[in-house]
Write a protein that binds this ligand. Structure first.
Ligand code: GLU
Length: 498
């Protein structure tokens, strides 16, 4: 029997998401339970959005949770490299096979033509997708266009009728009509592969036996299966896990819940409690126990017992579990050790000391001045924002615009944060001193503290976001209508600063 090999294949385009850790955990348990291997592959085909920082954060976050892998970009392995950007030669040679067999074809359609086609399809209320225009070109026409260097992509052929039928480990038979499946672009005009093509080629060459991933990929599976068929490769077994949900059952989103693993680390959760909680997402131990380690989960694992009713990621439940871990698993010495490691993280402390040193006369002044670095959400009420310079509406506007602006920064550092604040303040016509007042309160709970720009850069985006959101809520929240107006404001602002 083929050895069990599973993988987690994150795209390094943002914060390390709890959903990635959840899928990684289930892949790892399944592989290890079968004496197999769990590997990590970085899917960075989206060159514009992929960053080295995001890749590092993802690896750090999975390591923090103890979800180690046996092959990956950091440790190598027999299928290296494990970063798609380093595997382009493989994709270029594999696509030739599909072009030769006629299963893939060059498409020279311009963006304008595709846009027109889309508009027409939408007007006529028919399904949106490529119409096969370039399949009607003669061999000579294709050769002529290729030799004169006309820009093109490579698409896959798709059956015109019938159903794609496949078996999912959790969901049983899934049937999707081929008419719903587009002639997917496999290679973009820059010669680089799309997710679909690179993902299948890599799963094959990395000998992945079971693809365990989120349910949002179900509709992509027919394309993937077709590629396996075109190549004549054995297909892996698919398993689409239920998506994590907010408490209102909508898809887990950072608008409603912190989704970055960094947030949970920075708020002082224990990694073993977070990973335990992720294990409770749609799954229970056979004996019903609520506290279990990854090893215990692996020993007792049974993928078929995952329940499909959308698992709710409920912070209140996680808080309860984390408290239980603190009380029941940490001795006083462990507590001291782990608390100190968390509170005095060298990267954070090294930023805080210079801010505090010149402003204190005794060590006992440190906590009143800078204790907020160790707090979760400051205690606030509306009167915390009372001041003579900016009114409540302006406060909310300042907070929301600053948050959006901070979220869009490529580099989260002092200079970038400062210039964001300075330019939004100018855009709103508010003096920078006054502009910073609500931010001081949101971040530190007080109007006066260490420099708020420095504090934001030390606390990082995850905690900053949580505190600004908390402040906005204390001030009554932002209605949809207001959000729309503010978004317009932000667009005007962005245009001005372009
Ligand atoms: N790169 C995809 C992601 O970011 C991987 C999806 C899959 O597991 O096939 O989730």
């Amino acid at each position: 029997m083929q050895k069990v090999r599973t993988r987690i294949a994150p795209s390094p385009t943002g914060d390390p998401h709890v959903g990635t850790a959840y899928i990684a955990l289930f892949n790892r348990c399944f592989a290890h339970q079968h004496g197999g291997e769990f590997i990590l592959r970085i899917e960075d085909t989206d060159q514009l959005r992929s960053t080295a920082k995001s890749e590092k954060d993802i690896l750090d976050a999975l390591n923090w949770l103890g979800l180690s892998w046996s092959e990956g970009p950091d440790i190598g392995g027999r299928c290296a490299p494990y970063r798609q950007s380093q595997r382009s030669a493989l994709y270029s040679s594999e696509i030739l096979k599909l072009l030769d067999s006629g299963h893939a074809f060059p498409c020279f359609c311009t963006t304008d033509r595709l846009q027109e086609l889309r508009t027409r399809q939408m007007e006529n209320k028919i399904s949106v997708g490529y119409d096969g225009h370039c399949l009607t070109l003669t061999e000579e026409q294709v050769a002529q266009k290729l030799s004169s260097g006309v820009e093109h992509v490579i698409r896959m052929r798709v059956p015109e009728s019938g159903d794609c039928v496949f078996n999912d480990m959790l969901r049983g038979e899934i049937r999707i009509n081929w008419q719903q499946i587009d002639m997917q672009v496999l290679i973009k005009s820059d010669g680089l592969p799309t997710y679909h093509f690179a993902n299948v080629v890599d799963d094959h060459y990395m000998e992945i036996s079971h693809v365990i991933r989120g349910e949002e990929w179900i509709n992509s599976t027919p394309k993937h299966l077709l590629l396996y068929q075109y190549f004549g490769w054995e297909t892996p077994i698919y398993c689409h896990m239920p998506l994590l949900r907010n408490t209102d059952k909508s898809k887990l989103s950072k608008r409603k819940n912190p989704t970055s693993i960094g947030y949970y680390r920075d708020m002082g959760y224990l990694p073993q409690a977070v990973v335990n909680y992720l294990g409770m997402m749609g799954w229970t131990m056979p004996d019903g126990s609520e506290m279990f380690s990854v090893e215990e989960m692996t020993t007792n694992f049974d993928l078929s017992r995952v329940s499909l009713g959308g698992p709710v990621f409920d912070i209140a439940k996680l808080d309860w579990l984390n408290g239980k871990y603190i009380r029941e698993t940490l001795s006083d010495d462990d507590f001291l050790q782990q608390f100190a490691n968390w509170a005095f993280r060298p990267d954070r402390v090294s930023g805080v000391i210079p801010l505090v040193k010149n402003r204190v006369e005794r060590f006992s002044d440190v906590v009143p001045l800078a204790g907020f670095f160790l707090c979760g959400l400051p205690e606030l009420n509306e009167t915390s924002f009372d001041n003579k310079k900016v009114n409540m509406d302006e406060c909310r506007k300042i907070l929301q615009l600053t948050l959006w602006q901070l979220e869009s920064l490529h580099e989260f550092n002092r200079t970038a944060i400062e210039s964001s604040c300075v330019s939004i303040a100018a855009h709103l016509g508010i003096k920078i001193r006054d502009f910073l007042l609500p931010l001081f309160v949101a971040i530190s709970g007080k109007e006066i503290s260490t420099s708020v720009i420095d504090s934001i850069s030390i606390l990082g985006l995850d905690i900053t976001r949580a505190r600004i959101r908390h402040a906005i809520n204390v001030l009554g929240g932002i209605s949809n209508k207001e959000a729309k107006e503010l978004e317009k404001d932000l667009r005007d602002f962005a245009q001005k600063t372009e």
